[in-house]
Design a protein around this ligand. Structure first.
Ligand code: G3P
Ligand code: MG
Length: 244
């Protein structure tokens, strides 16, 4: 299999064991022996890439409103930990730079999901790719991925040397054509979208297939044995890093 990275990837930094998309999550993943993480990156109102999943602040922080209308100074005042648990109170919304630095310090390989807010697809793809080039300069790069075809195209334009993964829910019939057009190296889809036919097509094309978000150990085992290159999971406790 054309896949040289860990086969288990902690979803949104530390999965369910820490607040999502936080530095505490990265620390938790590393503490449990995970060697790979996925996280979501979106631009603030100032155009700074930060780790957050939703376009709005309410679900994961004590802030209100849209991420793309919130300045860096306002984001810096937010608590992204308390919603998960009182012991995480004061956990910040991390900048992409801080997350990159910590990944490197902890020896974590990363899949950076470019998560543009609506209307910022090109700008987000470009900015995240350029920052990735700088932040991982001289080191093995992370894998960029996105549901947004515009963001993937912009990332390729800005930093063509960085590897990219095509992220979909269920793969369209012509997934391989789309992947080739965007020069992507991997296909990321929902666990339930993995069929024997898809596995066969991916194997024949030499394209690593990654499945999200797989929280049932039995399902993870079946997928990995069937030939899925890696799975993203929230359940770092149920699916340990040496699981296979
Ligand atoms: O990158 C895999 C997975 O994170 C995609 O879904 O919504 O959790 O970002 P989501
Ligand atoms: Mg994601």
């Amino acid at each position: 299999m054309n896949w040289r990275h860990p086969r288990l990837i902690a979803h949104r930094c530390g999965g369910a064991l820490a607040p999502e998309n936080t530095l505490a999550g990265l620390r938790k993943a590393a503490e449990l022996g995970y060697r790979a993480v996925e996280f979501d990156v979106m631009l603030s109102a100032d155009g700074t890439p930060v780790l957050i999943h939703d376009e709005t602040l309410e679900r994961t922080t004590d802030g209100r409103g849209r991420v793309d209308e919130t300045s860096d100074a306002e984001l810096a005042r937010l608590d992204a930990g308390s919603r998960h648990g009182a012991q995480f109170a004061g956990e910040p919304v991390p900048s992409f730079g801080d997350a990159a630095e910590l990944c490197q310090a902890l020896g974590l390989w990363a899949n950076v999901e470019i998560k543009p807010s609506a209307g910022h697809e090109t700008e987000t793809g470009r900015r995240v790719a350029l920052e990735t080039r700088e932040l991982w300069s001289g080191q093995p790069p992370p894998l960029l991925s996105s549901f947004s075809l515009e963001a993937l195209a912009a990332a390729r334009e800005a930093a063509p040397e960085l590897p990219r993964g095509l992220l979909v829910e269920a793969p369209p019939a012509d997934w391989l054509g789309l992947l080739r057009r965007l020069d992507c190296i991997s296909l990321h889809c929902r666990g339930y979208g993995v069929s024997p036919q898809l596995l066969g097509e991916a194997r024949a094309a030499g394209v690593p297939l990654l499945a999200y978000t797989v929280n049932d150990p039995e399902e993870a085992g079946l997928l990995l044995h069937a030939g899925v290159a890696a799975v993203f999971t929230d359940r770092l406790d149920l699916i340990p890093p040496d699981f296979e």
